[in-house]
Design a protein around this ligand. Structure first.
Ligand SMILES: Cc1cc2nc3c(=O)[nH]c(=O)nc-3n(C[C@H](O)[C@H](O)[C@H](O)COP(=O)(O)OP(=O)(O)OC[C@H]3O[C@@H](n4cnc5c(N)ncnc54)[C@H](O)[C@@H]3O)c2cc1C
Length: 444
């Protein structure tokens, strides 16, 4: 196993000290694997992808499913993210999408990504998951006057090409309905868009999976998978699960250690979040911070923020490239400075929480859902930091693929198939450093 980052980031035994962890009842307990089992399908990874897939397999298709999670249920990125449900799960401009995939396929992709947002929302409604759902649109904010035209163009493209409801606001208009600040030079909104407490959503989903018959085991890291007489032996905690099919739902935390076919395809990128103490009314008024909708500042090295129900301010950005606890603290301090530069009237506000996690970027720059050609091994990963929108929906699409006879996904090609492996994969962090340097030069 070759980890790109410091071992601190893979401490599966320790809960991350996130704000979300402080909002839940910590008595939620699942067993760890302690005996050999036989099943039809083993799902590896207990985030949105794995749990949604397992839930759908058990509930909709009556399948026998075991789910294994290395940490506790609520350890991975699905429990650490900012809870923004945004679109689209791709790191490329619409113009590039048109050139690469054509207009028709791009339209299908946008249709699917809207379905993704609605799928997440519907799960919350159907299972009555109390996860502090807030907001009725997403905002994208121009960090400099020169970005305002591109904001208008994007809003127009969304509306005319994909039928998405958008609205453009000048700086003055957004001062009134959104917020003021040093990097607000107009904005646009799109629907659907909302935000959630990601951990409460995950635990709600896991509960439904368990009710539907999924056998969930936490603190059960899969160390090895062997093939024996056409079946898989999945080894975890020294026990063996014998299964016919495997679902890989490990996303950014995959350690290039289980299947050679899937190794070296992900560039895990650290993403950090800081959260302030609750802000007073006068502090909020000082920047006229009114909106509870998620906001994205569209710099190349983008950052995002939103106001939580207890008036704490959440601020997120890309993280460091080392991965140690120490480097995370240093990064959080830098983010605090950046946040206070954008919202200078909050310069004395204390930060109560900081944490980080991994998002999965691939050479495709779009998600990858499918099945390995020669094996009953299914995968879904690489949401390019848009998992709230994409991962539950993808898990469900994967479940349909697993039970189908045709083995064909009925979704846009943007999502289908594996990405190319990174050339010289040990250099992945070097490529990331170069990219970050390039972005910071452009942003300046
Ligand atoms: C700080 C941060 C902020 C983010 N903000 C947003 C946001 O606002 N909106 C958005 O849409 N997306 C956001 N994302 C991305 C989003 O969280 C992910 O895309 C999404 O959670 C992926 O879900 P998943 O189930 O595929 O992966 P995960 O939730 O990461 O689950 C994978 C699981 O696999 C487990 N695992 C790994 N290896 C093994 C093994 N060998 N055996 C057993 N289990 C294993 C891990 O422990 C992990 O729990 C953010 C991510 C981070 C880190």
């Amino acid at each position: 196993m070759t980890n790109l980052y410091h071992k601190d980031i893979y401490k599966f035994d320790e809960p991350i000290k996130s704000y979300w962890e402080s909002t839940i009842n910590t008595n939620v307990k699942y067993k760890s694997l302690e005996k050999n089992i036989k099943t039809n399908i083993v799902v590896i990874g207990g985030g949105y992808t794995g749990i949604s897939c397992a839930l759908s397999l058990a509930k909709n298709f009556d399948e026998d499913v075991v789910l294994l999670e290395a940490g506790h249920i609520g350890w991975g990125s699905s429990a650490r993210n900012a809870g923004f449900c945004c679109i689209p799960p791709a790191k490329m401009s619409v113009k590039k999408m048109f050139n690469k995939f054509g207009k028709i396929e791009t339209k299908k992709f946008f249709k699917n990504t809207i379905e993704g947002s609605n799928f997440t929302k519907n799960l919350i409604t159907e299972y009555k998951i109390d996860c502090d759902l807030t907001g009725n649109c997403n905002y994208e904010v121009a960090p400099h006057p020169s970005y305002f035209n591109s904001i208008k163009e994007e809003a127009n493209l969304y509306k005319t090409e994909f039928g998405i409801e958008t609205e453009v606001f000048s700086k003055k208009e957004f001062n009134e309905i959104g917020h003021m600040g040093e990097e607000q030079f107009g904005a646009f909104s799109y629907k659907p868009g909302f935000a959630i407490n990601p951990l409460k959503f995950l635990l709600g989903l896991a509960k439904q999976a368990e009710i539907s018959g999924v056998k969930i085991f936490q603190k059960s890291k899969v160390n090895k998978i062997e093939k024996n007489s056409g079946k898989f032996n999945v080894i975890s905690n020294g026990q063996i699960i014998t299964a016919n099919k495997i679902v890989m739902a490990t996303n950014g935390f995959y350690q290039d250690d289980l299947f050679p076919q899937l190794n070296n395809m992900i560039l895990p990128v650290i993403s950090n979040i800081i959260i302030t103490r609750p802000l007073s009314k006068s502090e909020l008024d000082s920047h006229n911070f009114i909106t509870r909708n998620p906001v994205l500042n569209i710099r190349n090295l983008l950052f995002y923020y939103r106001l939580l129900s207890d008036n704490r301010f959440l601020f997120g950005a890309r993280g460091d490239v080392v991965g140690s606890e120490q480097s995370s603290i240093i990064k959080s301090k830098k983010m605090e400075k950046q946040m206070k530069k954008v919202f200078p009237n909050w310069k004395d506000v204390k930060i109560d929480y900081n944490w980080r996690g991994l998002v999965a970027v691939t050479t495709k720059f779009t998600p990858s859902i499918g099945k390995l050609d020669e094996d009953e091994i299914y995968y879904s990963f690489g949401y390019q930091a848009n998992g709230v929108n994409t991962a539950p929906w993808s898990g469900n699409e994967l479940a349909k693929l697993i039970v189908s006879n045709s083995k064909e996904l009925k979704i846009s090609k943007f999502y289908q198939g594996l990405p190319k492996k990174f050339p010289f994969p040990k250099l992945r962090l070097f490529y990331l450093r170069l990219y970050l340097m390039y972005c910071s030069i452009i942003d300046k």
